[in-house]
Design a protein around this ligand. Structure first.
Ligand SMILES: Cc1cc2nc3c(=O)[nH]c(=O)nc-3n(C[C@H](O)[C@H](O)[C@H](O)COP(=O)(O)OP(=O)(O)OC[C@H]3O[C@@H](n4cnc5c(N)ncnc54)[C@H](O)[C@@H]3O)c2cc1C
Length: 415
């Protein structure tokens, strides 16, 4: 259960070869924003025959919608249900993060956040119109929850959707939105504006789809960031954006608060794969360097302070791998990962990835601080895992909240 099978190894090797050939030569240009990650995603889908497979399975799934048969359930598995091997996604995510975490972030935002929300909440027509083009990378998605004044307190968002006959008028602003500068399809969370009471009510938030080119929708230039530089991040501005009611995902005014929580949980369970890739690469680089680099005529690996770093990195690698395997197993068996488990996993994996990347830099000394070994990039990228999809502090609060609730004490995240 806790090791890769032959089929997994083949996927790992094929992905590694693809990434070495198609991504490694482009990293400097991606980092500087001269090349965007989207054509790489398309090439990946084409190389591995994903586009045709997804289209065929999607059509089958749509035909069966409404029947609710067991067969349908297993077809739905093609997009993440019980018939799917979730370890494959973990391996792909891990391999991408080894080489270029930014690509994983941009892919995760379009497929997992935007595509995932449409597939989870949309009607069959909405899935076909907006979900399928995202799943096949024909279109790129962005997922807008965070606003300038609401981050950790995400549901305090102020963007509004005012009903107007068969339309809604959207007003507001989203920020830190991955892919926003170049996305074609935006999933935007808003509150229905029916007067002051509804606006203040945190419980009701609704995802709308807005297409690029819709009058009133504009985006910022890509933000300048510390890391994840190859994953464009930006703001989305909504100024009297008029969308037909068919753009409300699910087409009923049924709050998506729980579904949005599922998206956050999904982001949390994606963190182990990314941390696994970052740590695995940092450890490999460090071990190799420790055997080659000599000081005082001895490989630095003979110094016990370097050995300690290597051993600590290995301990983290083992733990993160085990978490990733557990999540894949739970998903396959249809077992729910609880909120506290998902938060504990994200907290541990994110911190471990940052620590290992920092230790790799230290073990490589001045060379670690230079770009050539890429560990400095991995460190800058790893840091995002402690912030995006809920900060470390929010994971800690969520864990404590659930543990205390089990004993009858209700506490609030906001203190
Ligand atoms: C590169 C990048 C990509 C992103 N992509 C997306 C995206 O695609 N879509 C999207 O919607 N969002 C996205 N985000 C936003 C991300 O989810 C938020 O940045 C994150 O949730 C934190 O919110 P904030 O930045 O507003 O920080 P704040 O919520 O303002 O927090 C600031 C500090 O206060 C701490 N804090 C907050 N509340 C508490 C509390 N109750 N107790 C103790 N400490 C607390 C936080 O932990 C943090 O240390 C992205 C962010 C980044 C950096």
């Amino acid at each position: 259960m806790f090791e890769l099978q032959e089929g997994h190894r083949m996927i790992e090797t094929a992905m590694r070869q693809f990434l070495e050939k198609e991504v490694v030569p482009l990293i400097d240009d991606l980092e500087e924003g001269k090349v965007l990650p989207y054509d790489i995603m398309r090439k990946m889908a084409e190389t591995f025959g994903l586009t045709e497979m997804i289209k065929a399975r999607f059509q089958k799934m749509l035909k069966k919608e409404g029947k609710k048969s067991e067969e349908e359930e297993s077809e739905a598995g093609a997009f993440g249900g019980p018939g799917f091997d979730p370890l494959i996604g973990t391996i792909i995510g891990k391999e991408i993060a080894r080489v270029y975490p930014s690509l994983g972030l941009a892919m995760g935002a379009t497929l997992g956040l935007a595509g995932g929300t449409i597939m989870a909440k949309g009607t069959p027509a909405q899935k076909e119109r907006w979900g399928l083009p995202i799943l096949t990378f024909e279109k790129i998605g962005a997922w807008g929850m965070t606003e300038p004044e609401s981050g950790s307190d995400a549901f305090a968002l102020k963007t509004t959707a005012k009903p107007d006959g068969d339309y809604y008028i959207l007003n507001g602003q989203k920020t830190f939105c991955t892919n926003a500068p170049y996305a074609d399809i935006f999933v935007i969370y808003a509150k229905i504006d029916r007067g002051q009471e509804a606006k203040r009510d945190k419980r009701f938030i609704f995802p709308f789809v807005v297409e690029r080119g819709t009058p009133g929708l504009s985006v910022s230039e890509p933000f300048k960031k510390m890391g994840m530089k190859g994953s464009p991040t930006g703001a989305v501005y909504l100024d009297d954006v008029r969308v037909h009611k068919s753009h409300l995902l699910g087409e009923t005014e049924e709050s998506a608060r729980d579904q949005a929580k599922d998206v956050f949980a999904g982001e949390r369970t994606g963190a182990p794969a990314m941390a696994w890739g970052i740590i695995e690469r940092c450890l490999e680089v460090t071990v190799k360097y420790a055997t080659e680099r000599k000081q005082w005529d001895r490989p630095i690996g003979e110094f016990q302070l370097i050995q300690e770093k290597i051993a600590r990195m290995y301990v983290h690698l083992e733990n993160v791998r085990n978490i990733a395997f557990k999540h894949a197993w739970a998903q396959k068996e249809g077992k729910k990962i609880t909120m506290k488990e998902a938060c504990a996993a994200k907290l541990y994996c994110a911190r471990a990835a940052t620590e290992c990347a920092l230790e790799a830099i230290q073990a490589l000394g001045g060379y670690g601080y230079m770009k050539e070994y890429r560990v400095e990039m991995l460190m800058r990228d790893a840091k995002l895992l402690q912030i995006g999809g809920g900060t470390d502090e929010i994971q800690i609060l969520n864990i404590a909240k659930e543990l205390l609730r089990a004993e009858g004490l209700e506490v609030k995240l906001g203190g």
